[in-house]
Write a protein that binds this ligand. Structure first.
Ligand SMILES: CC(C)(COP(=O)(O)OP(=O)(O)OC[C@H]1O[C@@H](n2cnc3c(N)ncnc32)[C@H](O)[C@@H]1OP(=O)(O)O)[C@@H](O)C(=O)NCCC(=O)NCCS
Length: 156
């Protein structure tokens, strides 16, 4: 299901719980997550997965991807859905930024055809100026410092 007027408040609460607020900082730019499009995975009317995205100039960018029940195929299903939407919208590629501590996401995206395309050294220093609640230590007790951009080419 897509994000719509009826589920927007529920989505905003979900994003705040997962990402500390409804502002996401990517490459030093603040994204208002209360405005982005998204695909919602539901179970018994509860959100179990969410992928948010923007489409601009032929590029689909994943702003966030969350699965509450990991290892059951929810993340893969959401990636397959956004790939279909991006192709139908005429996009040349899908990009997604994750952080250096997120070993799980770094594995996940590469195994689904995404290539490591760009690296933003110390990008989190800039992010923290806009969103100070971003912690210094991230997943796996790794210092949270850099952004890594992955891309999936959609042109055959
Ligand atoms: C990254 C993330 C979205 C992956 O979601 P997920 O729902 O666990 O993804 P899947 O279940 O589709 O795949 C995860 C693993 O489970 C396995 N799996 C999938 N379906 C399965 C099933 N039915 N039975 C057993 N294993 C399964 C997959 O093989 C996969 O392993 P692989 O990546 O080594 O191939 C999730 O870990 C997450 O929400 N992380 C926190 C937020 C985050 O970091 N987001 C990404 C940065 S924006």
């Amino acid at each position: 299901m897509q994000i719509n007027m009826q589920n927007r408040q529920q989505i905003n609460s979900f994003i705040s719980a997962q990402w500390l607020s409804t502002d996401m900082i990517i490459r030093g730019t603040k994204i208002d997550m209360t405005k982005v499009d998204g695909i919602v995975a539901l179970e018994n009317e509860s959100i179990i997965g969410l992928l948010t995205y923007t489409i601009r100039d032929g590029i689909c960018e994943i702003a966030s991807l969350d699965s509450l029940t990991e290892g059951k195929g929810i993340g893969t299903t959401l990636i397959n859905k956004i790939t279909r939407i991006a192709k139908e919208s005429g996009c040349q590629k899908i990009i997604v930024v994750t952080t250096n501590d997120n070993i799980n996401a770094i594995r996940f995206y590469q195994k689904r055809g995404f290539d490591m395309a760009r690296f933003y050294h110390n990008a989190l220093d800039i992010s923290r100026k806009i969103k100070p609640e971003i912690p210094l230590i991230g997943d796996n007790d790794i210092p949270l410092k850099h952004e890594i951009e992955f891309e999936l080419n959609l042109i055959e």
